[in-house]
Ligand binder design. Structure first.
Ligand code: GRG
Length: 303
């Protein structure tokens, strides 16, 4: 089913994306700043044309709880930096060894492995630096929320989340994986960071306990749906549309939803997760409309 999105909502998502682009640009030194190589490498990957789903999720979660975007933008930038670092490192020869990302040669192909590793490290470091940039003597409640959101982010990209998922993903190559292990792997590798976008955005926006619980259920569903759809796209779309090597999962004997459940079942699971996400935020009414659009976008996307 095609997503139902009104021109107004399309425009809102486009506007949020543009605001994220501008904030990311402001958050980083120019390419001529010393030492220029690292700034060129960081900017090369960060501005290579990512869809910006994660930062827009942060802003949408804040919007759902009535937050000013200025409160959630530092986290929006931080998650995109962390996501980009994970892609740069994932593409390295020691990991997935890929030549193409976001439609361009991968970082190590352009800058060499050492600088690609450092570009990833720089993005990860700048992400937490941004979260810590609260004016000294500033409002205590804002500091408390920043700390809480930073803890959520740290957990999501740490050993129980992104890193742990990547370790299990590497260890699973060429091995039979059962459905429960596959779900756990996907929830860690992909779902944890997406979950941190939603929960972190809500925390920065001052969500009530009840809204936070609803948004956590939403995040759990879209986090898994994102990777199920990624597996489907890898199996069904070409490299031109994806901007990365297609069919890689099967070639590398990766543990995927398509491999374990088959195409039809994987499609049905993605649709079911979209329904679960929409049900979780239904009590928010119009406040949750952007998050609803994003859930549809995540499941119905083609790249
Ligand atoms: C190296 C610590 C470390 C982790 C790597 C990101 C990752 C974990 C692996 C990359 C391969 C993969 C399938 C990751 C799952 C997350 C995912 C689907 C990334 C692609 O996200 P999109 O589609 O990409 O949002 P853009 O380029 O649009 O931002």
């Amino acid at each position: 089913m095609r997503p139902e999105r009104t021109p107004d909502r399309e425009t809102t998502l486009e506007r949020l994306r543009a605001e994220v682009e501008a904030a990311l640009d402001r958050a980083l030194p120019s390419e001529t700043t010393w030492p220029a190589t690292i700034h060129r490498a960081v900017r090369y990957s960060l501005f290579a044309g990512g869809k910006r789903i994660r930062p827009v999720l942060v802003l949408a979660a804040g919007d759902a709880v009535g937050s000013d975007p200025a409160e959630t933008m530092p986290l929006a930038c931080a998650v995109e930096m962390i996501h980009t670092y994970s892609l740069i490192h994932d593409d390295l020869p020691a990991m997935d060894n890929d030549d193409l990302r976001r439609g361009k040669p991968t970082s190590h192909k352009v800058f060499g492995e050492a600088i690609a590793i450092l570009a990833g490290d720089a993005l990860l470091t700048r992400a937490f630096h941004m979260m810590a940039e609260v004016p000294v003597g500033g409002d205590g409640e804002r500091v408390r929320r920043r700390l809480a959101a930073s803890a959520v982010l740290g957990e999501a990209c740490g050993m129980a989340g992104l890193i742990g998922g990547q370790v299990v993903d590497l260890e699973s190559e060429g091995r039979a994986v059962d459905a429960a292990s596959l779900e756990r792997l996907h929830r860690a590798k992909t779902g944890a960071l997406l979950g941190a976008c939603v929960r972190g955005g809500a925390i920065l926006g001052g969500a009530s306990e009840q809204d936070l619980e609803r948004l956590t259920r939403y995040a759990s569903a879209i986090g898994l749906a994102f990777q199920v759809v990624d597996d489907l796209l890898d199996a069904t779309e070409g490299a031109e549309r994806l901007g990365k090597t297609a069919g890689k999962d099967q070639a590398a004997k990766k543990a995927t939803y398509v491999g374990v459940h088959g195409l039809d079942r994987a499609r049905a699971m993605a649709a079911e997760l979209r329904t679960q996400a929409l049900e979780a935020i239904a009590p928010l009414g119009p406040r949750g409309s952007l998050l609803g659009d994003l859930a549809r976008l995540i499941v119905d996307r083609h790249s």
